[in-house]
Design a protein around this ligand. Sequence first.
Ligand SMILES: [Fe+2]
Length: 390
Amino acid sequence: MQASHIPRESLEFAGLVTEVMSDERRATITWHDGHQSIFHTIGLRDNCSCDSCGDHSGGHRFFELNMMPGDLANRISFDGNLIKIDWLKEPHSTVFDAAWLRSHCYSNQERARRRNKPVLWDAGLTKCLPHVSYPAALEDQEQLLAIYDAVRTYGICLLEDVPKCPEETEKIAGLLSFIRETHYGRVFEIVSTANPAVIANNPVPLRPHTDENFREPPPGIMIFHSITASEDGGGKSVMTDGFKLAADFKVQYPSEYELLTNVPITHRRFIEGVGLRAEAPVIGLDYFGHIREFRLNERTMGPLDFPEELLEPVYDALSKMFALSYDSKYHMSYLLKDGEALVFDNARVLHARTGFNGHRHVRLTHVGTDEFYSRWRQLRHELKGDINLI
Ligand SMILES: [Fe+2]
């Protein structure tokens, strides 16, 4: 990072460095806490963000990889919290903020420290559901950040004291991100009606599921805004941590886990004017095997389309996963009161509902995950000085 772009928060890291060494391939930085970071010189040269190389965080790129010198001989030095590298085969120097470098150290220790660690939960979350006052979040950025942090860590957050008027649904969405509009429109009314076209409007109980797996990507962050709770106490929201299901499934059924992390499951919605279809595994993993996504919905699965030897094993694995997801020990139950809203990550948390007989009105909208976490990163940067997100 170029000296002129150093975030003000990084000043607290001044004096972190005790020693720097470098050869043509690798630079070693020793920090005050004894940790040593090794940076490859190709990466250091690539991340030079001076005016002539371009600041990648803003999409500027003037120095390209095919311009990389074959010889990265250099001279490294540090002064306070600035680390300077003079490249000996070019008339060029790169200056890094030490805090930025430490925040991007790719040792196993630092990568493990930085990695998001979702807190897995089961029915016990009923007693400690993360919650934030909506009026407070409108006024106070720290409270707003608490919503994002809860969704990032637990996948779910309850908003309290939300105005009961229908107009507020879109305002909640606007506070957190941008509404993702679909063929249902911007907001979907969940109310019991006679002969409903959509099962959400039938007052029967609903099994745990993630929504709209026939889209790519499915709706990201869901918002259930309760306008009127059912008078009979029915219509409880039943929430399940898909990451917890996946983790337990891996232990109980390792070979089935292998199937559900790899084979794509078809989901589709084919009704008048709509022909949606998408395929993805139940459990999405990142390159390192960490669970990053969960998609499960028995009601929208299409006919499986596999080589014949996979059909029965996949049905067997799916049956086991559905059985696990229906186990009440995983279910966090909460009856949304009038003027409360649940915000949750549809790529992680399954929702379900108990049946009801009264008049229940919930407004559903969803916002894009990318913009949601864009605002989260900005707040983490502004309020907590997080620079490893840049
Ligand atoms: Fe649903």
